[in-house]
Structures are given as C-alpha cells and as structure tokens.
Design a binder for this molecule. Structure first.
Ligand code: HPA
Ligand SMILES: [Zn+2]
Length: 335
C-alpha cells in the first residue's frame, strides 16, 4: 500500500465536521419538499452551481440558507445518519460533530428537537456501524455573548447529550475574547472547550483562544505559521489543531493544495489532524481530504500514521475506547 492508499484505509477520527455542513443538495431539496420550505434555487444543479466561494462569509450565507430546511427531529436524524454512513465508507471509527443550535432556534426550532434528532442518529451509528461519536455545541460568534449564554441555558436540559462547546461562524471582527465569560461558565460545568481560530483570523485570535478561552483544541489554526512563538508553543504543548485542507482551498485560505501548511506544521511537531469541515460544500468527505492532501504535499506512510494517531490522541474519548482505536490503527498500518 502506498501512502495515499494507506490514508484511505487507515482508521481515523473526525474532529471537525459541522453536521449542517454535511447536508447534500439532494437531501436539502428532499427536506424542503417534505416540510414545504421554499428555496431560492430551482433545483439541485442550480444550488450546487452556487457553491463557488471567495471567502468564509460567502460560504456561510449559503450554508445558513441550506440549513433552513431542517425543522423536525426526523430531519436532524436523517442528516446525521447520512453523514455516519458516509463516514463509515471512509473508515472513520470515531466522530465528534459540531452543531449550531442558534441557526435553528432563530427559525423557531426548539433546541431539544435538534439535540434529540442528532442523539438518535448517534445511537444508531454506534449500534449499526460501530462508530463512536459525540456532540459539540457551537456558539455563533457573529452573535452576542448574551445570545451564547441563552443558547447554553436552553441546551442544559440535554446536558448528557453533548460533551463540549465550540465557537464558529464569521471569524474576523469576532475575536475569542468576546466569549471569555460564557466559556468560563462552560468549563465550570465540566464541558470540553474548543474554538475556531486562525482560519481567516490572525495568530492573535489563536493566542486568545488559548489564554482566555483555555481551549483544549483549536479548529483550523493554519495562521499559526505566521507566528514563530505560537509555533513553538503549539509544538511544546501539543495542543491539537483540527485542520481542514479542502475547506481552506474552497474558501481561498490557500490558493493551491500544494501550498497548504499542514506538512510544515506536522514537521514542526504540532499535533495536527485532517478533517472535512463542511463536506457537502467543500467537495469531499474525509478520504478525499486525506488522499488529496497526502498527494499534494507528498507525505509518506509515516506521516499518514502520525496524523491518524493524532486524531485519536486529540479526541475526547475514554481511555478504553482510545486504546481500541489505536490497536485498530496499528493493525491496519502494519498489514
Ligand atoms: O469553516 C467554518 N468556519 C467557521 N464557521 C463555520 N461554520 C461552518 N463551517 C465553518
Ligand atoms: Zn469549521
């Protein structure tokens, strides 16, 4: 097996997937019809043709429009179940899913509807596919911290269904410091904390995520390369970064996959992982991200194994499940 074949075959954890970003155009139209929702596009092809993004905001506008078809518990279940089946085909054996309650509560959909629908898909993925998973509630950073507090409050009756919180949506102009108090509260509640930083924003936002939000992982973090002190810190602490190469390409964070910083970050000793972010919008699920990145950056089999191992080390799974995943990884890597 060469490095690209190994990248496809190796068991892996996905740690940066917005479940609303796994909604394929076909399912968007099927749900629109089921729920009587009117879309601004005449059909699947027209919608797909609109997926030509110039930056994060141009994507977010379409992503929030796509999510408008989600109304019932069954809708959330169907979306997540479709993702888990796709993940299984890519040898994902553990997944930590982001979801955005505010995208749905703003349309009158109750937080409980969102969480119950996702939770039942998770249970099904465990029993029918053997995929372990968890949910991470994300606050939309373009909204206020007060809004984030209200979102947390509304989700607390379902506390057993999510393991942590994150921070997503429009980065520039909405630094992590804006959410310092709500993240402190989440830490007090025993929730894991992560945040998007250094996708379009500067290294300063990554420092804020570390120092003020006290995150356990940074989502994206590709801006780290602009700051040698930050690189040294990340190498020293091994704070994981959930990198999303095809997302960075589609949102013009990099112009060419061959210029992607992932390999430099790996070689500098950072705990980097490969993830799909919003696969229905960015042209590829896990194995497309892995295969294209390994190919473009000419990574070898050792790099592939190191990144897969990082994905389990960076995950919020039990020690027992982590040991199982690492054993499975060793089995495939040595076959
Ligand atoms: O890549 C992303 N960045 C920020 N917010 C998001 N929400 C969905 N995907 C993203
Ligand atoms: Zn993301």
């Amino acid at each position: 097996m060469n490095a690209v074949e190994l990248a496809r075959a190796i068991p892996k954890a996905e740690l940066h997937i917005h479940i609303e970003g796994s909604l394929e155009p076909e399912l968007i139209f099927a749900l629109a019809q089921r729920n009587g929702v009117q879309l601004a596009y005449p059909g699947v092809e027209a919608l797909r043709a609109a997926y030509a993004f110039t930056d994060l905001q141009s994507f977010l506008d379409i992503y929030y429009a796509g999510a408008s078809v989600l109304l019932t518990e069954q809708d959330f279940h169907d979306m997540a179940w479709a993702y888990f089946q796709r993940a299984k085909a890519d040898n994902v054996i553990h997944a930590e899913l982001f979801f955005d309650p505010q995208t749905h509560t703003a349309r009158g959909v109750d937080t409980g509807v969102v969480i119950r629908g996702l939770a039942s898909a998770r249970e099904r993925a465990q029993s029918e596919l053997g995929i372990s998973s968890a949910l991470i509630l994300c606050f939309l950073r373009h909204l206020s911290e007060e809004d984030a507090f209200a979102t947390l409050e509304a989700a607390l009756p379902y506390r057993e269904h999510f393991i942590g919180v994150g921070l997503d949506s429009s980065e520039v102009g909405h630094p992590p410091e804006k959410f310092a108090r709500v993240f402190a509260r989440c830490r007090e509640l025993g929730l894991h904390v992560v945040a998007h930083a250094g996708e379009e924003g500067p290294p300063e936002y990554m420092w804020q995520a570390i120092d003020l939000l006290k995150v356990q992982r940074i989502d994206h973090g590709v801006a780290a390369l602009q700051d040698p002190l930050l690189m040294a810190e990340l190498a020293h602490t091994r704070l994981p970064l959930t990198v999303c190469p095809l997302s960075n390409l589609k949102l013009c964070v990099v112009d060419d996959l061959r210029d992607h910083p992932l390999k430099k970050m790996l070689d500098a000793g950072l705990c980097v992982t490969i993830n799909s972010d919003d696969p229905a919008y960015f042209g590829g699920y896990m194995n497309e991200n892995w295969a294209q990145t390994v190919q473009a950056l000419q990574m070898d089999r050792d790099d592939v194994v190191a990144i897969a191992r990082n994905s389990f080390e960076a995950s919020f799974i039990s020690d027992q499940r982590r040991a199982e995943c690492l054993a499975e990884l060793r089995r495939v890597a040595s076959a």
